[in-house]
Design a protein around this ligand. Structure first.
Ligand code: CP
Ligand code: NVA
Length: 302
C-alpha cells in the first residue's frame, strides 16, 4: 500500500474530505459522551515545529492522547535538524521509528522533500504557502453551524497568505465560491488563482466583496516570519479590517472565522471577535476533532 500524505487539501479527493468532516463531527460527539476510542495504542506521532504554535501543538498532542497513542515534540533547537542534518536523512530516520510525522516549517518545498523520503504519512501543520489542517477545522465548523458549504459565498479579507491559498484549494474541493479582498501586492498564489478562476475572484474593495457573503474570514496582516514588515503591512491593510460595518453587508446569518491568534483592532475589530456571529472558539476546538479524523484516516484507515 502506498503511503498517503496530507501536504495540501488536494491530497485527498472531495469525497474523502467530505467523509473526513463527517467523521470529525462523529469523533467530537464520541469524545463528548466519554466514549473511548483508543485505536492508536503503541503508535507515535512525531511533531516537528520550526515555528511557534499553541493550537496545532496542543490539538495534535491531545488527539494522540485521546486515541491512546503518543506524540513527540521536536524543535530544531534541540534536534539535529537545527544543526543542518539533511531533511532527506531526517525523514528516512524518523519514519523508521514513528508512525506519522507532522511538520510546521517555512518553505513548502521542505515538507515536500520530507514526504518524498518518508515511509510514513506526513501532515502539513503550516508552511509559508498552505495551512490545510486549519481548513478541515473551518469547514467542520461551518457545517456544524450552517450545514453544507457547497454553493455558498465565502469572502477572504486581508493578506493573500498561506491560509488564503488553502481557502482557494478548499473552494475547489468543497465546491464553494471564494472572493478574495486584498490590497495590491498582497495577492495569493497566482498559479492557484488561475487554476481556480471559475470559482475564485479578486475584489479589491472589501465593502463590495462582503455583499451577501455566508462566511467572512481573515487572518493576521503579518504572518510568522514577516514580523519586520509589520509597520508596512499595517499601512497597506488599513482598509481591510473585518468590523461591524463589513459584517452588516454580509448575509444576515453570516459567520465570522479567524484561525487565531488574532490581533483585535487590526485585521478584526474587538466587537466582531466577540459577536455571536463569530465562531472562532468552535473553530479552534475543531482543530482537535478534525485532525483526529485525519490521523485516523492516514494512520489506521476506515
Ligand atoms: N491556527 C493555528 O494554527 O494556531 P497555532 O499557530 O497556535 O498553532
Ligand atoms: N498566516 C498565519 C497563520 C497562523 C496560524 C501565519 O502563518 O503566521
Amino acid at each position: 500500500m502506498t503511503v498517503r500524505h496530507f501536504l495540501t487539501l488536494q491530497d485527498l479527493s472531495p469525497a474523502e474530505l467530505k467523509k473526513l468532516i463527517d467523521r470529525a463531527i462523529e469523533l467530537k460527539a464520541m469524545q463528548k459522551r466519554g466514549q473511548k476510542h483508543d485505536i492508536m495504542c503503541g503508535k507515535t506521532l512525531g511533531m516537528i515545529f520550526e515555528k511557534s504554535s499553541t493550537r496545532t501543538r496542543v490539538s495534535f498532542e491531545v488527539g494522540m492522547t485521546q486515541f491512546g497513542g503518543a506524540s513527540i515534540f521536536l524543535s530544531p533547537r534541540d534536534t539535529q535538524l537545527g544543526r543542518g542534518e539533511p531533511i532527506e536523512d531526517s525523514a528516512r530516520v524518523l519514519s523508521r521509528m514513528v508512525d506519522a510525522v507532522m511538520i510546521r516549517t517555512f518553505a513548502h518545498s521542505t515538507i515536500e522533500t520530507f514526504a518524498q523520503h518518508s515511509s510514513v504519512p506526513v501532515i502539513n501543520a503550516l508552511t509559508d504557502d498552505f495551512h490545510p489542517c486549519q481548513l478541515l477545522a473551518d469547514i467542520q465548523t461551518f457545517v456544524e453551524h450552517r450545514g453544507s458549504i457547497q454553493g455558498k459565498k465565502v469572502v477572504w479579507v486581508g493578506d493573500g497568505n498561506n491560509m488564503c491559498n488553502s481557502y482557494i484549494n478548499a473552494a475547489r474541493q468543497f465546491d464553494f465560491e471564494l472572493v478574495v479582498s486584498c490590497p495590491e501586492g498582497f495577492e495569493p498564489n497566482q498559479a492557484l488563482l488561475a487554476r481556480e478562476s471559475d470559482r475564485v475572484s479578486i475584489e479589491r474593495d472589501p465593502l463590495k466583496a462582503a455583499n451577501n457573503a455566508h462566511l467572512l474570514v481573515t487572518d493576521v496582516w503579518a504572518s510568522m516570519g514577516q514580523e519586520e514588515e509589520q509597520a508596512v503591512r499595517e499601512k497597506a491593510f488599513a482598509n481591510y479590517q473585518v468590523n461591524s460595518e463589513l459584517m452588516a453587508l454580509a448575509a444576515k446569518d453570516a459567520l465570522f472565522m479567524h484561525c487565531l491568534p488574532a490581533h483585535r483592532g487590526e485585521e478584526v475589530s474587538a466587537e466582531v471577535m466577540d459577536d455571536p456571529q463569530s465562531v472562532v472558539w468552535d473553530e479552534a476546538e475543531n482543530r482537535l476533532h478534525a485532525q483526529k479524523a485525519l490521523l485516523e484516516f492516514l494512520m489506521v484507515g476506515y
